[in-house]
Design a protein around this ligand. Sequence first.
Ligand code: NAD
Length: 486
Amino acid sequence: MTEMPAYWQNYIDGAWVDGEAGRLAVVDPATGEALAEVARAGAGDVDRAVQAARRVHLSGALTAMRPVERGRMVQAIGRWLLEHADDIAAVLTAEQGKPIWEARTEVAGAARYFEYYGNQAETLEGRSIPLGGGYVDYTVHEPYGVSAQIIPWNFPLEMVARSLSAGLATGNACVVKTPELTPLACTHVARAAEWAGFPPGAVNILCGLGEEAGAALSAHPQVNQIVFTGSVPTGIAIATAAARNVVPCVLELGGKSAAIVHDDADLAAFETDIRRGIFVNAGQVCSAMSRVIVHESRHDELVERAVSVARSLSVGPGAERTEAGEGMGALVSEGQRDRALGFVERAQAQGAAVATGGRKLNRPGAFMEPTVLTGVTPDMEVAREEVFGPVLSVIPFRDEAHALEIANGTEYGLVGGVFTRSLDRATRAAGAMRAGQVFVNEWFAGGVETPFGGYGKSGYGREKGREALWNYVQTKNVAIRMRGGA
Ligand code: NAD
């Protein structure tokens, strides 16, 4: 990696600037030591960014362009990220803790969003509506104008890419508020946008505190649409701010997602799902497979396999984990690690057993052992609340109805999974699960092309897939009364 700069500025209206609220420290979670400082935006910076985006929108610079041209610029952002993937991944691992191979996957995933939505730019077509003789009627899809995008720390680059790519492809000018714990890798997207030829103000990327810059952005009267990815309490605050200004928002919130594992499931193959579902990014994944609901006849075998997967992972600094599939890194912060440990402790007090893990590592940094809990009952806190750490809860079920009742028994509804050889069981579960996405026989099956979003407290609106485009445009109908004449 090229040397880590000691200080990173915000990008507003095409310029790299300091924050009027000073600076924030970014910590390396693998060591607990300071990594760099980042500009801390205040309300004035947010206002400048929104005004710049608004100017771009009103100028028509993005909307007058032929969509294919705009799409090519969006795609160019992705290409730039891929060209700089090694440097960006190193920054991401340093600030977030994830293994470097996962960070590289995240850079590729971010680039993929720009590729996909760049392609979609010219697909938003209106329709012509027949009104009878003497009338011509058609619809057009227009961007909202200024899109505000507020980002969480777990996949910062991919989350910026997810919203920004769709926002730009549809012709919105965007203001992004990056997460205070992991803002650094995101700033590369500004460089990419500049290189791709976006005019100053079309892409603004700033960091600051949630209650300061985030709140100022979500309450700004000239923001026309908000996309938020993060926790439920913050989602409620943002939806409230959006409601005050009567602007739409998309909320991608947390989850407590369950895999139902039937007695005919292939448990050897399921080991890969455990590995990917709960231990990638140290379990700090909104759609993590944090509960496994297994038929009682296969419970012991499944626990044995889950324990062996957990114990096979070497835990340590992300920078040293270079090969795909290798090990687990630090959690994003010691606070997040201690929060996850607290869940384990309270689960034990409520009667759950630690089959493996459950402790922090005896070394500096935010490390925690991959953990499997048994004896978890659906009413326990750990079965209902999002841990956001490498903690798998195993819950036995008697019959299909019981399994579905447990799976649907939380306030969340982000994703779900069913593992069985029976097509009937699989499709019944897919129909009955209250979740925005159901995986059959492979956790995380799907991609950028497949719509993603929550039921219940997991939020509303959809990101990914063609469905996401509808969040960024509003439909205008044009009805023409033909009067004849020359
Ligand atoms: P968070 O809600 O604490 O913060 C998310 C973002 O909101 C940050 O940029 C933060 O600065 C900002 N923010 C905080 N308070 C704010 C306020 N009052 N007004 C405006 N902005 C504010 O969430 P987090 O801890 O960064 O992320 C973890 C959460 O995100 C988990 O619950 C996880 O499930 C969820 N998540 C969901 C998805 C999804 O797509 N559904 C993806 C990733 C993470």
